[in-house]
Design a protein around this ligand. Structure first.
Ligand SMILES: [Zn+2]
Length: 260
């Protein structure tokens, strides 16, 4: 395939003419938002978002309702039919399971950020290390630079974010930023669509893991800030076409029941 995923002018709707063998596409079957949320849970579990049953992904529908993964299920077992529908206040409208007590974090984030279709919180394996150290991981390689800003560090951990005031404080700390390390807790990020949510989540975890490894060897030379910013602006802007699709296909091969 000849399309350049780093081309900032790449518009997903205009991809077909750029692809030499369009008969092989679409590269994912049409998915409902419920299926997208379940797939994102599965894909991110494989990427380090795997603290047992911790973590939540919300998806704001056009009518203001929210989709969310259930409290009881680990991210690697969620299917589309498990996804709950909530009203804008976080009350369950439809679904068989319970909703996390920390839903206030997502409810308040969606209320504050209308540009955020998706909100993700988890205690990811490597993000939690840098969150515990209250440090922003340097960018040491290209894959760490796929998002153009640093995560903010929110350092007011006072237990879970179930409490409304604690959740609201975390939301206000994120403000207009894309992502945050919650000190002594985990990670928190927002995105405009499924592709960008996936890219931000995997970039944060990759960046945290790679920086830890580099520093274990005594440290390296971070990318020049202008180089990292230019790269990240392109890829975060277009969500890095084909990347989410490839990882979603990998998960569909592993367990196609995720769409059920
Ligand atoms: Zn948490």
């Amino acid at each position: 395939m000849s399309a350049n995923p780093a081309d900032p002018s790449l518009n997903w709707q205009r991809l077909a003419p750029l692809i030499p063998n369009p008969g092989r596409y679409p590269i994912l079957p049409p998915l409902t938002p419920r299926q997208e949320v379940a797939l994102l849970c599965r894909v991110l579990f494989q990427e380090g978002y795997n603290d047992h049953i911790a973590g939540h992904i919300t998806y704001r529908m056009d009518d203001g309702t929210l989709l969310v993964n259930p409290w009881e299920l680990a991210w690697d077992e969620v299917c589309a039919s498990d996804i709950l529908t909530l009203d804008a206040n976080g009350q369950i409208l439809d679904g068989q399971w319970n909703v996390t007590p920390a839903i206030n974090l997502h409810r308040d984030m969606h209320a504050l950020r209308h540009d955020a279709r998706l909100v993700i919180h988890n205690h990811s394996e490597w993000g939690s290390v840098w969150a515990a150290c209250k440090r922003v991981p340097p960018i040491y390689d290209q894959t760490s630079s796929l998002v153009d800003t640093d995560p903010v560090i929110y350092d007011e951990y006072q237990g879970t974010v179930n409490d409304s005031a604690a959740g609201r404080a975390a939301v206000e700390a994120l403000g207009e930023h894309k992502w945050a390390l919650l000190a002594n807790h985990g990670v928190f990020l927002v995105a405009r669509d499924i592709r960008q949510a996936h890219l931000r989540a995997i970039t944060l975890e990759w960046r945290c893991r790679l920086a830890w490894r580099v520093e274990q060897l005594g440290g390296g030379s971070p990318l020049a800030p202008e180089t990292a910013t230019a790269m990240g602006r392109m890829t975060d802007g277009n969500g890095f076409p084909f990347l989410w699709e490839a990882m979603a296909r990998r998960e569909l091969r592993r367990d196609p029941r995720v769409l059920d």
